[in-house]
Design a protein around this ligand. Structure first.
Ligand SMILES: Cc1ncc(COP(=O)(O)O)c(C=O)c1O
Length: 484
């Protein structure tokens, strides 16, 4: 049976179900499969014409033991997860006219119109499946920079097996993103807007870690997380890399480039692992905004934290790309002692420095850059003027990075990930296009619907967040324990 271990080496190996329901490993590390499956080219050939869900079934089956989830059960979970998506095959690839061999991967066809819907649709339904089978309950807590929150809240709403506590930095996400989480009427969804977060969304992760470390509280309210610390998110996100590749490759084995707007490195960790499993990707282009946390790792070999900058691509205003630690595990032959040492260094001193051998091992096949708001806005306008196609600010960060690195990228086909729908960022779109009225492409029914609903939820100051959450979650538990 395929087991899951902590990337920091502590605790015992666990099965897939435990890895999913626990979120974090017992030593605070991230779960990784003991070994990665390898997919030979002839298998890729076999899969190339599959629809998204069938392909997902094949890929996920490599990570999930049949004794834990049968084929029929996995198919049902996938069916349930994606039935509310606007497109049967979950995502679409749009070929740009004004740029050679460039395909925008539109990842926003789920109910809350960002790529977070793709991982969370599956993961929440998987939680629900396990919990119904065990007759158990979990309180799920997540921190969000604007997109994980709405997706988590929307999937958990109304599920008797789950409560969602969604923490967001008040004022640092868009009004539209906030409305998507705070207009859900179900009582098992608890949005918490946090004032005065000194480091944006990253501070919220620190509080979640403290709650996890409080064992009696964690056990009492049955705490878990569906942030991309959860292996289920990363595993599910490997699928869109394979699916996208099949849509644009002329022959299996042909290499392509893929550009990804990045913050926490969850999406790119999945991409990196897909390549290690056999997907022919020449370069991954890591697109950072001014918060250049990944660019520092991939250009200088330093994992470090600097002051937060507020940017127009606010969902990637992230300082600590924690999923890099998960990817690194696979680049150092699973040497968890080394990972633990680097994580400890970072936590104690604020930075970890990688030796040349390690840097070469993890950075091969990755290029990175950190782009300014000005450049991002220009890209939105350039593509809109050229072909009436509207990028969101995050997709625009990715395409800008590609433009900057163009000379080094050679003549490979390119997928550029569009991770959210532009309607979530109307102020930025107006600024980029210098218009007062939004074009039709910047409107979406999900956002329009949320505008007409009442908002609800908690607010709290960051300085009291831990105690306030302990209190609110405890009271909620006591009040609703009969239902659990
Ligand atoms: C729209 C959007 N793009 C990109 C990202 C970055 O993804 P990741 O944290 O997996 O790098 C996020 C979330 O963090 C997001 O919401």
């Amino acid at each position: 049976m395929l087991k899951y271990v902590s990337n920091k080496g502590g605790g015992l190996p666990v099965d897939f179900e435990t890895a999913i329901l626990d979120g974090f490993a017992s030593d605070g590390g991230l779960y990784v499969p003991e070994k990665l499956p390898h997919i030979p080219l002839n298998k890729l050939e076999e899969w190339r014409h599959m629809g998204y869900k069938d392909l997902a079934f094949e890929i996920l089956s490599l990570f999930i033991d049949r004794s834990i989830i049968s084929s029929a059960e996995l198919k049902t979970i996938l069916e349930k997860a994606y039935r509310t998506f606007e497109k049967k095959d979950v995502i679409l690839l749009h070929k740009l006219e004004s740029r050679k061999d460039t395909y925008i991967m539109e990842l926003f066809y789920g109910p809350t119109i960002s790529f977070k819907d793709i991982g969370l649709a599956f993961l929440v339904n998987l939680f629900d499946f396990f919990l119904q089978r065990k007759n158990e309950f979990r309180s799920v807590i997540v921190a969000t920079t604007g997109d994980t929150g709405p997706a988590t809240a929307s999937y958990i709403a109304g599920k008797p097996t789950l409560d969602a506590w969604v923490l967001y930095p008040k004022g640092l996400i868009t009004e539209e993103q906030e409305r998507q989480m705070t207009t859900i009427p179900n009582r098992n969804v608890h949005p918490v807007g946090v004032h005065n977060c000194p480091e944006g969304g990253d501070d919220l992760d620190a509080v979640i870690s403290k709650l996890y470390a409080n064992k009696s509280f964690k056990d009492k309210v049955k705490l878990s997380s569906v942030n991309s610390i959860n292996w289920g998110r990363v595993m599910m996100q490997t699928v869109h890399y394979f699916y996208g590749y099949f849509q644009i490759a002329d022959v299996i084995g042909e290499e392509i480039n893929i550009a990804v707007p990045s913050g926490g490195f969850g999406n790119l960790c999945a991409g990196g692992l897909a390549r290690k499993m056999g997907l022919p990707v020449k370069n991954y282009i890591i697109a950072n905004n001014k918060n250049a946390c990944l660019h520092r790792i991939f250009s200088k070999g330093v994992f470090s934290k600097e002051d937060i900058h507020e940017t127009v691509s606010s969902a990637i205003d992230i300082l600590t790309p924690f999923n890099f630690w998960r990817f690194l595990f696979f680049c150092v032959d699973g040497n968890s002692k080394k990972i633990k040492q680097w994580v400890d260094d970072f936590e104690k001193t604020g930075s970890a420095h990688f030796d040349k051998e390690t840097f070469d091992a993890y950075s091969k096949g990755f290029m990175s850059f950190s782009v300014s708001d000005e450049q991002t806005l220009k890209t939105i306008k350039k593509i809109y003027d050229a072909e009436n196609y509207l990028l969101d600010p995050h997709g625009a960060v990715a395409l800008t990075t590609v433009d900057i690195l163009e000379e080094k990228l050679k003549d490979y086909k390119l997928i550029c990930m569009e991770t959210a729908h532009p309607s979530k960022f109307p102020k930025t779109i107006k600024k980029a296009l210098s218009v007062k009225t939004l074009p039709k492409a910047a409107l979406h029914k999900s956002v329009e619907f949320a505008k007409k609903q009442c908002q609800r939820g908690y607010t709290c100051d960051y300085s009291h967040l831990e105690e306030a959450l302990l209190d609110a979650m405890n009271s909620n538990w006591e009040l609703s324990k009969e239902d659990k």
